[in-house]
Ligand binder design. Structure first.
Ligand SMILES: Cc1cc2nc3c(=O)[nH]c(=O)nc-3n(C[C@H](O)[C@H](O)[C@H](O)COP(=O)(O)OP(=O)(O)OC[C@H]3O[C@@H](n4cnc5c(N)ncnc54)[C@H](O)[C@@H]3O)c2cc1C
Ligand SMILES: *[C@@H]1O[C@H](CO)[C@@H](O)[C@H](O)[C@H]1NC(C)=O
Ligand SMILES: *[C@@H]1O[C@H](CO)[C@@H](O)[C@H](O)[C@H]1NC(C)=O
Ligand SMILES: *[C@@H]1O[C@H](CO)[C@@H](O)[C@H](O)[C@H]1NC(C)=O
Ligand SMILES: *[C@@H]1O[C@H](CO)[C@@H](O)[C@H](O)[C@H]1NC(C)=O
Ligand SMILES: *[C@@H]1O[C@H](CO)[C@@H](O)[C@H](O)[C@H]1NC(C)=O
Ligand SMILES: CC(=O)N[C@H]1CO[C@H](CO)[C@@H](O)[C@@H]1O
Length: 657
């Protein structure tokens, strides 16, 4: 790898700074990383050989240490920049508990609670005097909130709510931190007053005794068992049988029940949608894009170290990176990590701009922002988790071993396709907004991520050279044209069906497969456009700009390659132009190849964070693999269960007494 690093033709540190958002950010991030790596209590240990139980217990232990020892020692608070931006996701990752407590329970308390309620519970939550979960999903319903069955019935006489799960499918199921850690739940339940239903409302429900931690009367709670990943989290079940809570425990920023049972709503709080946007941007960056970056780091370093076969007969073996097919598997995902990272940043920035507008009571930007975040959530999480699996297979046999580190990375990234809004449902939400836009574009000027819809000019691409297809403006035009045309086609189908008398829900159902594709086209367009214009504005050295341009083109061209049918169908590219674009993609692979190690080094993931025998910085793959295998619990003794089963029952030999 050192030899490889010698041929990198740009300044890796400069690119790291750009990725981090400035040299100061890199410095701060590394400072935090040093604190973590030099503290044996929190430093990531060999998690690969731990059982589920050990992972959970270790996550709790580490987290308690963080909050009670490390933070005070460093003079950090849970909201200081070091903690918010760096240690949680970047330096400790999943290997900690209370993610839902800190990331969902507390923010939701702030969104749903009145000032008095926040004053009462927030300090307790910040001090871990109460530990909370966010209990919305039930065994029977997740996506369709109105279908949730848990009820909160107001008892006028005692001024209490009675929370009840009428049947087994009404049990809360999946909430993180619920099974074994939490003693409180911010619980969503159907409000009922005098037999009338008022829809879903948030309640604060204590579920365990604060001293003994035993479940309170009427409460059945526990862990839902092993999952694909998320071993450190005790996703739980919760059944409530006629559990009584005080009237004051309805979180009443948006709606209130008076003692006499009068129901009052207050101005609807759009801020809830705003905080969803923020949460999505954070989740994408920390759970999907950084996971893809880690998998790229591992697969690229390993592919450079791994030698297999002769490319030229009779010559020495080559590293597998020398195979063009291998480059095609790896390099587009390196490019994807860069471009999606900056698209997520753009989403965050747009959210921040929106909160400033909101201070001036301008919430007109919310629908666009909300649709964009839903589309981004689905497309980016899907692209990243699919990419990680391709990278895993690119490591051959060792990619299948947990020693590679990739199975753990994939198993948590893929969950991102489901939580915080199931992906297809998110795509269709975004589609609804886009259809509305295209139907109004003749009369209303579109702004932000849909501004490209304003240009309805019909045309075709005029490029007729391979190098032409490496031009970013050409590629941006391709993506905008295709996104707009597939949207027009789908919207046309929809209106055609309704005009011919089909009920609109039915027409929507009949168009939904196309609509999902529309959003994928729209979001890839957004990602390419954002990155291309970001590069133009970026102040950096020539070599770095060059390499970023290549990455942008490679990402765009590999997306064209994956959806050639669309580009042909909308009539923007001819079959010959598709061939030219394909050639351009292959040429870029060779251009980027010498920089491969520099591009993944620039992500700056420490070995501790990668937890991989294949992807460590020094490339000593084989030594690490053997050391790892020796730690397998099955190797503890030279002979394992031979006598009990194999010798007596299988081979049939008796012990020599
Ligand atoms: C790791 C993890 C952590 C979680 N943490 C929490 C938590 O802390 N708190 C909590 O409350 N929940 C949590 N959840 C639950 C999660 O939010 C839900 O599982 C998620 O919202 C999906 O809902 P569902 O399971 O009902 O899927 P379903 O909606 O049943 O999805 C099944 C299929 O139906 C399709 N489908 C559903 N509706 C539509 C539609 N309208 N149009 C088209 N297709 C549709 C989906 O696309 C999917 O293919 C967690 C889940 C996971 C995996
Ligand atoms: C219920 O109480 C509220 C004040 O808390 C009052 O405004 C309302 O009139 C009362 N309604 C009835 C039916 O008594
Ligand atoms: C290997 O990793 C996967 C993914 O994290 C995990 O589900 C599995 O339990 C691990 N296997 C072992 C034996 O630890
Ligand atoms: C509109 O789109 C056409 C075709 O994609 C392009 O040639 C033209 O430059 C665009 N016009 C503007 C103002 O962006
Ligand atoms: C939605 O479309 C599918 C496929 O045509 C069909 O099987 C299904 O019955 C439709 N659903 C409704 C509610 O019309
Ligand atoms: C995409 O690329 C692959 C290999 O790089 C190639 O075989 C295939 O033909 C391309 N697909 C299209 C539709 O151009
Ligand atoms: C042969 C060998 O490496 N055996 C190892 C098996 O695993 C234990 C610990 O789990 C080691 O101590 C042994 O050396």
């Amino acid at each position: 790898l050192e030899k490889e690093r010698g041929q990198v033709n740009f300044n890796v540190e400069e690119l790291t700074n750009i990725y981090d958002g400035g040299a100061e950010e890199t410095k701060l991030r590394r400072k935090v990383a040093d604190v973590i790596q030099n503290d044996p209590e929190v430093r990531c240990k060999d998690i690969g050989m731990m059982t589920r139980e050990e992972r959970y217990i270790d996550g709790v232990r580490r987290c308690v240490y963080l909050y009670k020892v490390l933070l005070p020692r460093e003079g950090w608070t849970p909201v200081s920049k070091e903690v918010k931006d760096y240690f949680k996701y970047r330096n400790i990752g999943k290997e900690r508990s209370f993610g839902v407590h800190a990331g969902v329970f507390i923010p939701c308390l702030l969104s749903f609670g009145s000032d008095e309620q926040i004053a009462k519970w927030l300090p307790l939550a910040m001090q871990f005097q109460i530990i909370g979960t966010y209990a919305q999903t039930e065994m029977g319903h997740g996506t369709f909130l109105r279908g949730l069955q848990t009820t909160a019935t107001y008892d006028k006489k005692n001024k209490e709510f009675v929370i009840n799960c009428p049947e087994i499918s009404a049990m809360k199921w999946w909430p993180g931190d619920l099974g074994k850690s939490a003693n409180h739940a911010l619980l969503m339940a159907q409000l009922v007053i005098d037999g009338k239903k008022y829809g879903m409302h948030p309640f604060m429900v204590q579920i365990r005794d604060l001293t003994t931690h035993m479940p309170l009367p009427g409460i059945t709670v526990g862990d839902i068992g092993n999952k694909v990943g998320f071993e450190t989290t005790d996703n739980g079940f919760l059944h409530l049988n006629q559990v009584r809570i005080p009237r004051e425990n309805l979180l009443c920023k948006n709606a209130e029940v008076k003692p006499n049972g009068t129901y009052l709503t207050k101005a609807s709080d759009k801020m809830v949608y705003g905080s969803m946007v923020r949460l999505r941007a954070i989740i994408l960056e920390s759970e999907a894009v950084s996971a893809l970056g880690k998998a790229c780091t591992i697969a690229v370093r390993y592919s450079l170290v791994r030698c297999q076969g002769e490319l030229e007969p009779g010559k020495p073996e080559v590293s597998v990176m020398e195979y063009m097919t291998q480059q095609k598997k790896l390099l587009p995902y390196v490019a994807m990590t860069y471009v999606t990272h900056f698209a997520c940043l753009k989403l965050s920035n747009q959210y921040n701009a929106f909160t400033r507008e909101m201070d001036n009571n301008d919430i007109s930007g919310l629908p666009e922002l909300h649709a964009l975040s839903a589309g981004m959530k689905a497309v980016v999480s899907e692209q990243c988790s699919d990419g990680i699996e391709i990278l895993r297979k690119s490591c051959g046999g060792h990619g299948y071993s947990n020693a590679s580190g990739i199975p753990i990375i994939w198993s948590s990234a893929v969950a991102c396709c489901t939580y915080e809004g199931e992906n297809t449902v998110m795509l269709l939400q975004c589609a609804r907004y886009l259809v509305k836009c295209i139907n109004q574009v003749q009369t209303t000027r579109m702004v932000g991520s849909v501004a490209y819809l304003n240009n309805m000019t019909q045309s075709t691409c005029h490029v007729d050279s391979v190098s032409g297809f490496k031009q970013l403006d050409v590629l941006v035009a391709c993506f905008q044209y295709r996104a707009r045309e597939v949207l027009k086609t789908a919207a046309l189908k929809l209106s055609h069906l309704t005009k011919h008398g089909m009920a609109s829900y039915n027409a929507w159902n009949q168009s939904s497969v196309e609509l999902v594709n529309v959003v994928k086209a729209h979001i890839t367009q957004f990602i390419v456009t954002t990155f291309a214009s970001g590069i133009t504005e970026l102040e950096c050295t020539k070599p770095v700009k060059n390499v970023l341009q290549q990455l942008c083109a490679l990402y765009a061209l590999s997306c064209i390659n994956a959806s050639t049918g669309d580009f042909l169908k909308v009539g923007y590219l001819s079959p010959r132009q598709c061939d030219l674009a394909h050639e351009a993609e292959l040429e870029l692979l060779s251009c980027i190849r010498p920089n491969a190690v520099g591009l993944v080094d620039a992500f700056d993931f420490s070995d501790d964070l990668l937890q991989s025998c294949l992807g460590a910085y020094d490339g000593n793959v084989y030594e690490r693999l053997f050391a790892w295998a020796k730690k397998s619990p099955l190797n503890k003794t030279e002979v394992t269960i031979y006598q009990q089963y194999i010798q007596i029952r299988l081979i049939g030999r008796r012990k020599a007494f």
